[in-house]
Write a protein that binds this ligand. Structure first.
Ligand code: 5GP
Length: 248
């Protein structure tokens, strides 16, 4: 059997060559990292859950006209995606802030560079270093706002507050023209998701802050999105147990 070619390995995913030109296979690992990979571990089943959650969210975003890289899910841990040239900018949207800061939605940009620790950057840095054009910046900001509106509503409907999240975009080329489309993944790895009633964290902060119950939290998000198999639909989230274990 011929081994397929690995294109890239990141902290949570591996990219392999796809079956056709212009496609890649995105493989979701259980590996979890935090604080610029200073903290490393695994969350059992995370890759399977993130593959499903991200598929679900990208598919829904497609229905409201957000262009994205997702083509189809191939199996438990893999999805077929369009090959893009990743824009080296992490777009972070924040919904929860206090005081005068909360009067408007906050969009921040970080330069995607592990060696530099993903520093916060200003529009001027982006223009100056040529990481994205002004038109691409406008398109990414427009999409980020629309994605936020849609996802905040989607999660509110299942009792979850979308506190903040990170997006990545990629360039695709059509003849001599390029445009940016949504890439990477949207999952509890890159979103802060709080239960609306208990404020319990249902995201990677459980791992970052050693709260325990990270696998259960990811499962709970998948369950509320309707992605867990029948039979498990009535299982209740037992994060209380982890709080007690920490003695709080
Ligand atoms: P913060 O800047 O507060 O650490 O992160 C803001 C939001 O963006 C959080 O939901 C966080 O999960 C996400 N985020 C920021 N940077 C990264 C990153 O490098 N990887 C992942 N997975 N998420 C990130």
């Amino acid at each position: 059997m011929s081994r397929r070619r690995q294109i890239y390995e990141g902290k949570a995913k591996i990219l392999y060559e796809g079956p056709e030109p212009g496609t890649l296979i995105q493989y979701f690992k259980d590996d979890a990292t935090a604080f610029n990979a200073q903290k490393k571990g695994t969350i059992a089943g995370k890759g399977v859950l993130n593959n499903r959650i991200s598929e679900h969210i990208f598919t829904l975003l497609g229905t409201i006209g957000i262009p994205h890289h997702f083509i189809r899910r191939l199996n438990m841990r893999e999805q077929l995606i369009r090959q893009v040239e990743i824009v080296p900018i992490e777009v972070v949207v924040r919904n929860v802030a206090a005081g005068t800061l909360s009067k408007r939605l906050i969009i921040e940009y970080y330069y995607k560079d592990d060696a530099l620790g993903d520093p916060l950057i200003a529009d001027e840095h982006i223009a100056c270093f040529g990481w994205a054009s002004q038109e691409e910046m406008n398109d990414m900001a427009d999409m980020a706002v629309r994605i936020n509106d849609f996802l905040a509503g989607l999660f509110a409907g299942i009792g979850i507050r979308l506190v903040d999240f990170k997006l990545e975009f990629g360039r695709i080329w059509e003849n001599d023209f390029s445009r940016v489309i949504l890439a990477d993944e949207i999952s509890p790895d890159g979103c802060r998701l709080w239960d609306m009633t208990t404020n319990e964290k249902l995201d990677k902060d459980r791992f970052r802050r050693d709260l325990g119950g990270e696998a259960e939290a990811y499962q709970e998000v998948a369950r509320r999105l309707g992605l867990m198999p029948e039979g498990e639909a009535n299982s209740v989230l037992d994060l209380e147990k982890h709080r007690k274990k920490r003695g709080k």
